[in-house]
Write a protein that binds this ligand. Structure first.
Ligand SMILES: NC(=O)c1ccc[n+]([C@@H]2O[C@H](COP(=O)([O-])OP(=O)(O)OC[C@H]3O[C@@H](n4cnc5c(N)ncnc54)[C@H](OP(=O)(O)O)[C@@H]3O)[C@@H](O)[C@H]2O)c1
Length: 222
């Protein structure tokens, strides 16, 4: 059988890891990137023969280009790697602002740019960009402006690329609050309790299932 191939950024932890596992269980070849968490990436490759993981910083154009040019095919790109920083503009230094924009937005641009030639060769090519609900006006709040700005730009990028690329379907996905390091490090203990008690916290596999369902629904539009 001719297996489909997905490239997922940030498979070493959290939503990216669970999404990689979901696609592996659905019979896909998975190419995954990581940056700091090498041991986690190695564990995944030990468990699943159909995943290959590469250390590839989402800000490093040369590594991204080399990685993607080495791939024989690509049917789906999931731009998942991201970071959260919780500072107000008045407290934030320029390097921290740039780091958020570089990883969450510019990294997505680079991955996408270099993936387009391979994706265009796929019969049913799709790109899913992981965004956030805090990009929406109704959830804007104090203290995470760089993150919100990066994610609203991700949403605009998805909409515009959908118009630019005739054959490739592009969408953003806004996860519900999901139990990952971002959640544990961003929310105070009391806030975590509140989310847990309201039953609105998703497991990473629940969010991964939603990403898979979104992919299936996008296929219907091709
Ligand atoms: N958790 C939530 O509630 C939630 C809600 C809305 C949106 N999101 C979005 O969902 C995505 C995944 O978040 P998560 O909660 O799963 O976060 P996470 O557990 O902190 O995982 C982040 C992943 O991104 C990778 N990463 C970070 N910087 C990177 C870089 N420079 N180059 C390559 N990879 C890098 C990390 O790899 P290493 O550890 O190897 O560095 C890790 O695999 C993010 O885009 C986030 O904004 C999450």
């Amino acid at each position: 059988m001719n297996k489909k191939t997905v490239l997922i950024t940030g498979v070493s932890r959290g939503i990216g890891k669970a999404t990689a596992v979901k696609f592996l269980e659905e019979g896909w070849n998975v190419i995954g990137t990581y940056f700091n968490s090498e041991e986690n990436a190695k564990e995944l490759t030990k468990l699943y023969p159909d995943i290959k993981t590469y250390k590839c910083d989402s800000r490093d154009e040369k590594s991204i280009k080399l990685l993607i040019e080495s791939l024989p095919k690509l049917d789906l790109l999931i731009n998942n790697a991201g970071i959260f920083r919780g500072e107000r503009v008045s407290e934030m230094n320029y390097l921290d602002w740039k780091e958020v924009i570089d990883i969450n937005l510019n990294g997505m641009f680079l991955m996408t740019k270099y993936s387009l030639p391979l994706l265009r060769k796929s019969e049913k090519p799709v790109i899913i960009n992981i965004s956030s609900r805090v990009a929406n006006d109704s959830l804007l709040g104090a203290g995470y402006i760089a993150y919100s700005v990066s994610k609203s730009a991700v949403n605009t990028f998805s909409k515009a690329l959908n118009i630019e690329e005739e054959k490739i379907k592009v969408a953003s996905f806004n996860p519900e609050i999901t139990d990952t390091d971002i959640f544990r490090k961003t929310f105070t203990k009391d806030e975590q309790e509140e989310v847990i008690e309201s039953n609105s916290l998703r497991t990473t596999s629940e969010t991964a299932n939603e990403i898979y369902d979104l992919y299936k629904s996008m296929l219907l539009r091709i």
